[in-house]
Design a protein around this ligand. Structure first.
Ligand code: NAP
Length: 342
């Protein structure tokens, strides 16, 4: 059992903590918070050892005053861990890397809010597991990039990709976020085309350099992102071959519009009906009817549950970096089985 510390127990961090707890080759030795709020209290009630993320006496006192027991600060546990999964907000992960993880020589996984250039490599289980094997500082790419990497893996398995064009419709905020918008508008974000999402895929799959162009807007929804892909390929491929490859690729599910999956709302309802923890849909979801091939160009639409798609990737990334399993497909299978992923 390797020791994992979750530094930043928010949307991503709490899910990674629960996913680590479901595995038989790793355990959570602690989680951190900066604020003594209900999430901190619940973490303790769940049995996680709680540490204060910012090493300062005043912060520790805030937790004591709120009656939330803490074991100390991050500096009291950092030397005892095999790896840290950083779940801190965008840009703080890099600060933690430079100020805490590197000086203490602890392996660390950063999340998609950080920059590709600030780590040794960029992780997606299907594409870069082998490359990240044994590395010290790796970023699990964002939810959008993870979704694109999975579908491009499925397409790449049956066709040589010439050019992928993607339009991303992004959720405005996570459900727990009462600060961000828009509430009633469609916002080109970024307004420049191409957007940064293409280069982010290239950070995982360098051979896609010059082959992927993305643009993105933000819309008033909290549930999921939606992508429309147009992928030109070099060879003839049939719709059935594409669908079969999607079926075979781990962590992708195809759903039918005619079965009632008429929007992201129904996909989330499916997660609720399955009794998934926090109604998470860790799989990339492709609408079967949207898959079509016209003149060597593949078209499809997919949905990404932003809060949970990267969670199994974090688990496989731990296994790769700590060299717990050489074979990426064995790690993916192990993670999926433990988490109940289809
Ligand atoms: P979040 O919900 O805001 O959670 C951030 C957590 O970090 C909070 O628990 C916060 O603790 C803690 N924190 C604040 N300052 C910290 C520090 N200095 N050191 C350690 N922890 C600190 O954020 P998130 O959505 O989980 O995002 C985390 C990362 O995942 C970002 O890079 C983001 O881009 C990426 N990501 C997010 C999503 C998504 O849809 N949410 C999807 C994929 C990737 P307190 O609450 O106690 O202050």
């Amino acid at each position: 059992m390797v020791n994992v510390l979750i530094n930043g127990y928010g949307s991503i961090g709490k899910r990674v903590a629960d996913a680590v707890s479901m595995q038989d080759d790793m355990k959570v030795v602690g989680v951190t918070k900066t604020k003594p709020d209900f999430e901190a209290r619940l973490a303790v009630e769940k049995g996680y050892k709680l540490f204060v993320a910012i090493p300062d006496k005043e912060r520790v006192k805030m937790f004591e005053d709120a009656g939330i027991p803490v074991e100390g600060t991050i500096l009291d546990i950092i030397e005892d861990v095999d790896i840290v999964v950083d779940g801190a907000p965008k840009k703080i992960g890099k600060q933690n890397l430079e100020n805490i993880y590197k000086p203490h020589k602890v392996k660390a996984i950063l999340q998609g809010g950080e920059k590709a250039k600030d780590v040794e490599d960029n992780f997606n289980a299907l594409w870069s597991y082998d490359r990240c094997y044994g590395k010290d500082y790796v970023r699990v790419v964002s939810c959008n990039t993870t979704g694109l990497c999975r579908i491009l893996y499925a397409i790449n398995s049956v066709a040589d990709i010439k050019k992928a064009r993607v339009v991303l419709v992004r959720r405005a905020a996570d459900p727990n976020d009462d600060k961000r918008g828009p509430v009633n508008a469609i916002v080109p974000n970024p307004v420049t085309v191409p957007s940064h999402h293409g280069p982010d895929v290239v950070s995982v799959v360098p051979e896609f350099e010059g082959k992927i162009v993305t643009s993105a807007v933000i819309v008033p929804t909290t549930l999921m992102h939606q992508h429309t892909l147009m992928v030109e390929v070099e060879n003839n491929v049939s719709r059935d071959e594409v669908l079969e490859s999607i079926e075979k690729t781990p962590r992708i599910i195809a759903v039918k519009y005619e079965d009632g999956f008429t929007s992201t709302a129904q996909i989330i309802e499916y997660g609720r009906d399955l009794g998934r923890l926090r109604y998470d849909i860790n799989e990339l979801v492709v609408w079967e009817e949207s898959v079509n091939v016209v003149d060597n160009e593949i078209f499809l639409m997919q949905a990404v549950h932003q809060e949970s798609i990267v969670i199994p990737e974090n688990i496989d990334c731990i296994r790769a970096m700590l060299q717990l399993e050489e074979d990426k497909f064995k790690s993916i299978e192990k993670t999926n089985k433990a988490m109940g992923i289809k």
